[in-house]
Structures are given as structure tokens and as C-alpha cells.
Design a protein around this ligand. Structure first.
Ligand SMILES: *Cc1c(COP(=O)(O)O)cnc(C)c1O
Length: 222
């Protein structure tokens, strides 16, 4: 299927989800995750009007960035080794995977200006998943005040690979509750208004639970 055709279908689903919960379509930004596909396919997403692209590995990001450059808004969504930060930090627009102090320090040191970051949270506590525990988030945010190039714009999570709707909703709700707590503290360095949650198999639920960024790979670009 063409990206355009996938996009039509996805837009219908997003509209339904927004209608179900009384949200405005403009509140949801779609990030096309191009990690499985070629530069040409990524360009199809841009042609369809999706200008946010996401990559989860250094190599994939650099390959695509080299040809697409500033035609896209770039999201780095995968785990990031501290020693590689300098290779990408001034080319990406958003980092979704900030999950530890060493990484925050390196971002702060290498970035020329404040970088929009999501703290990655392992809400479900699965051992295979990256991210900090929910109960570590508040102290981490307070600690980050000393690192002005790290701007905490929101929280990110990957839900468990299950079908059960209540499990998925429960994961999203916990992240949202933590987002609300931090947002309400009105830290200048951590406005924390965004929620990056929802992938191809669960984005409808994520939108109903408040997602402001959804990350779509297989369903959108393949
Ligand atoms: C691959 C990936 C996605 C997209 O996954 P799909 O299920 O293909 O939509 C979203 N977020 C992260 C962090 C990913 O690594």
C-alpha cells in the first residue's frame, strides 16, 4: 500500500478517536517512524504531508538526515549511547528516549541550544524495556534543573505487546497522571505538556487517553 493510502485510513481512525473523547485533531502530531524503510519511502511520507519523521538508530538517522535534512522535523526515538550523542544532537529536533543521568549530562554538554526531550518511562516494569520507573520520574525532573540544554517537554512510553485494552489504557493513564503532576509544578525547565505514546497497534487507545505525539511505523510507512 502507498503511504498516501495508509495515511487516509489512519487519519480516519485518528478522527474517530478524537471524536470519541472530545479532543481537537490538532492536538495529535503523527511521527512517521521510518526505521524499517528506505529514504524514498520516507520521502513518500513527506509528500503525503507528514513532516515529522522518527528513527531509532544512529545509522538510520544519519542516512536519512543526509538526504532529507531540514525538509523534515526529526525525532530520535531509540536508545541512545552517551558517546554517540554528539553525532546527532544538533540535527534532531526531539529526543524521546531520555532515561538516565549520564545521557542528560551528555546532551546538555553537546547541544548548542536547548533540546526538546521526552523522558522515557517503563510504566509496565517489563525487564526488556528501556526507561525509568514511574516512581523515579519526579526526582529525575528536579535533578535536571541544573542542565539547561535539556528541556523536558513531556513523557514517553512503549506499552506492552498485549491485546488487552484495559492493560493498554491503564499504562497510558499512568503516564498521563505523571505528566499532569509534573506539568502542574510549572518548572521552567520542564513544561511537560506532551505525551508520546501510541504505536501502530495501540494508537487509537493512546489518543483516547491523551497522547499528543503518536509514533507510527508499520501501519503508515511499512
Ligand atoms: C519502531 C518503533 C515505533 C513504531 O512501531 P510500529 O509498531 O511499527 O508502529 C514506535 N516507537 C518506537 C520507540 C519504536 O522503536
Amino acid at each position: 500500500m502507498s503511504v498516501e493510502a495508509n495515511w487516509q485510513e489512519i487519519q480516519t481512525t485518528i478522527e474517530q478517536a478524537c471524536r470519541n473523547c472530545g479532543r481537537d485533531l490538532e492536538e495529535v502530531t503523527v511521527v512517521a517512524v521510518t526505521k524499517y524503510v528506505t529514504v524514498e519511502r520516507a520521502r513518500e511520507a513527506l509528500a503525503a504531508g507528514i513532516n515529522h519523521l522518527g528513527e531509532n538508530r544512529m545509522k538510520g538517522f544519519l542516512e536519512k538526515y543526509e538526504t532529507i535534512g531540514n525538509d523534515a522535523i526529526w525525532h530520535f526515538i531509540g536508545s541512545l549511547q552517551s558517546r554517540k550523542v554528539k553525532e546527532i544532537i544538533n540535527d534532531v529536533d526531539y529526543i524521546h528516549s531520555l532515561d538516565r543521568k549520564s545521557l542528560a549530562k551528555e546532551i546538555d554538554k553537546r547541544a548548542d541550544s536547548p533540546v526538546s526531550c521526552f523522558l522515557q518511562v517503563n510504566v509496565s516494569g517489563e525487564e526488556s524495556k528501556h526507561g525509568m520507573a514511574l516512581d523515579e520520574v519526579e526526582a529525575f525532573v528536579e535533578w535536571l534543573e541544573a542542565y539547561p540544554n535539556v528541556q523536558v517537554i513531556g513523557l514517553m512510553t512503549m506499552a506492552p505487546h498485549v491485546e488487552d485494552e484495559e492493560t493498554l489504557r491503564g499504562t497510558f493513564r499512568k503516564l498521563r497522571a505523571m505528566r499532569d503532576r509534573i506539568r502542574d509544578k510549572q518548572y521552567p525547565h520542564a513544561p511537560c505538556q506532551e505525551l508520546s505514546m501510541g504505536m501502530s497497534n495501540d494508537y487509537k487507545l493512546a489518543i483516547e487517553e491523551g497522547a499528543t505525539f503518536i509514533r507510527l511505523g508499520s501501519s503508515l510507512v511499512g
